[in-house]
Design a protein around this ligand. Structure first.
Ligand code: THU
Length: 163
């Protein structure tokens, strides 16, 4: 028996610094970097900030909110998505910039969203039927632009599987 081999790949953009991206995107990155200061992360000292811009032009931020009972803590991305679901239900998201301030070390490598957040981002894309562009960075250094959040989640589980 021979297996059929499948290959998954996607393209994303890499920029050397915030100076190399468009003014609209650099504004969003700066807002995400500022939002790190709203983080409550006394346990990890890893302050994550995210800023979304919506189709209607609104900007909304989120930050990670930790808890002494560690698993209770919520990542910045899911804090942001939960806010958006309440504030602007069903309004599509154009882009989300995510950044972090690592109080114990460097913050110059683009942040990569955790698996649970990738699942939550994919759900939002499906809900409003529009891809979310992710703009990933640290407080400085390279910036990655991913055209569609769900590209980070191959072979994913979604609502379609429940039909
Ligand atoms: N964190 C986020 O907020 N987003 C991510 O994508 C990665 C991790 C938070 C969770 C926790 O509060 C801290 O960063 C360290 O894992």
């Amino acid at each position: 028996m021979s297996a059929s081999i499948h290959k998954y790949s996607f393209e994303y953009e890499e920029y050397d610094s915030i100076d190399a991206i468009s003014p609209t995107n650099s504004h969003l990155v700066n807002e995400a970097r500022k939002a790190t200061q709203l983080s409550y992360a006394p346990y990890s000292n890893f302050l994550v900030g995210a800023c979304a811009v919506l189709n209607n032009g609104e900007f909304v931020v989120g930050s990670n909110q930790e808890n002494a009972s560690y698993p209770v803590g919520i990542c910045a991305e899911r804090v942001l998505l939960a806010s958006l679901g309440q504030l602007f239900p069903n309004e599509p998201i154009v882009s989300i910039a995510i950044s972090y301030d690592n109080l114990k070390g460097k913050s110059d490598k683009p942040l990569s969203p955790c698996g649970m957040c990738r699942q939550a981002l994919q759900e939002y894309e499906n809900r409003v039927n529009q891809p979310i562009r992710l703009i990933l960075s640290g407080m400085d250094g390279k910036i990655f632009i991913i055209p569609q959040a769900s590209m980070l989640l191959p072979l994913s589980f979604s609502g379609d599987d429940l039909k």
